[in-house]
Every structure is written in structure tokens, then in C-alpha cells.
Design a protein around this ligand. Structure first.
Ligand SMILES: Nc1ncnc2c1ncn2[C@@H]1O[C@H](COP(=O)(O)OP(=O)(O)OP(=O)(O)O)[C@@H](O)[C@H]1O
Ligand SMILES: [Mg+2]
Length: 155
């Protein structure tokens, strides 16, 4: 299968509760796709990306120039391409995310390390209108033939 099959977009306030709403959104979409097996990992991934976006966006001077959404908004979406779920998070900061190797006593620098460990791939790009999108991908292996039947019985 090629191309984007489904897209689910959510605008979020630049606020400390935004990772929570992002987790809820991702869980609902994945459950709708019958991909409950990916929920736990995807929730963690989106939580880290949105937390970073909130921090970056809140301290970013470019917000006023790039905020087609309003100065206090970021967005996220997720879509399914073939056997891959892609999560994307936009913020107004043009600076890139920086992968760290946290030591045992470090209190920060863990988020992207986790993303790097759990995601199949991740990266960022700068769309022309402004800001930046940090994305990560998660492999969605084909469900076994029994699984849809189990799900059907539960609903
Ligand atoms: N969306 C982003 N925009 C700009 N810089 C980012 C973004 N995400 C991450 N970074 C940069 O990469 C660094 C590493 O991010 P990472 O999530 O690993 O650690 P952290 O956010 O500093 O701490 P922790 O996630 O452990 O609370 C950040 O300190 C920040 O400098
Ligand atoms: Mg972080």
C-alpha cells in the first residue's frame, strides 16, 4: 500500500497539559485503527515530542511570525502509511532537536533518547511556512488473522 491512508490532526495549546491531550488523541486514533498493540509506545513517543515542542515553542521568538495558528498553538497529527504509523509534531522554533546521551545522574536529555530507542526512525524538517516538524515512525506489523475476531467479540 502506498500513500497516506488516514490523517488525524490536533491543535494544542502551548501548555503543560498538552502532552496529556496528545496521548489521549493518539490512543483514540490507534484504537480506531485496531492497533491497540501500538498504543503504549505511541503514547510515550508523542508525549516526549509534544513536551519538547511546548518548551521550544514557548521560548521561541519566531512565534509571532510563523503562528498561522495563533501565537500559543502547536499541532500534531498521525497517519498510517503501509505498515508504518507516523507521528508528527509542529512548533514555531526553527532550531533542531538534539539527541543527547544522558548519564545516570542527568535530569534531562532523556526524551529524544527514548524516542531514538523506541521509534523505527525519527527526524525533523522545516516546512516553508515556518517552524519545524519533528516526526517519528513506528512499525505496525500485520495483525494475525485471529486478532480481528478477538476484537470483534469485545465490541
Ligand atoms: N522541538 C524542539 N525544538 C527545539 N529544540 C528541541 C526540540 N526538541 C528537543 N530539542 C532540543 O534537544 C534537546 C534534547 O531533547 P530531549 O527531549 O532529549 O531532552 P530534554 O527535553 O532537554 O529533557 P527531558 O526530555 O529528559 O525532560 C533539548 O534540550 C532541546 O535543546
Ligand atoms: Mg524532552
Amino acid at each position: 500500500m502506498t500513500g497516506v491512508t488516514t490523517e488525524h490532526y490536533l491543535e494544542l495549546s502551548v501548555f503543560s497539559t498538552s502532552p496529556y491531550y496528545a496521548r489521549v488523541h493518539v490512543q483514540r486514533v490507534l484504537e480506531g485503527w485496531r492497533r491497540d498493540d501500538l498504543v503504549e509506545t505511541a503514547r510515550l513517543l508523542v508525549s516526549e515530542l509534544v513536551s519538547n515542542a511546548v518548551k521550544a515553542h514557548a521560548s521561541c521568538r519566531a512565534v509571532a511570525e510563523t503562528a498561522h495558528l495563533g501565537p500559543d498553538r502547536i499541532w500534531m497529527d498521525l497517519y498510517l502509511v503501509g505498515e508504518t504509523v507516523v507521528l508528527r509534531v509542529w512548533d514555531a522554533d526553527r532550531n533542531p532537536p538534539v539527541l543527547c546521551t544522558p548519564g545516570p545522574d542527568d535530569e534531562s536529555g532523556r526524551g529524544l533518547h527514548l524516542v531514538d530507542l523506541l521509534a523505527t526512525d525519527w527526524g525533523y524538517y522545516r516546512p516553508i511556512p515556518g517552524g519545524k516538524i519533528v516526526w517519528c515512525a513506528l512499525t505496525a506489523p500485520p495483525l494475525s488473522p485471529e486478532e480481528p475476531a478477538v476484537l470483534a467479540r469485545e465490541h
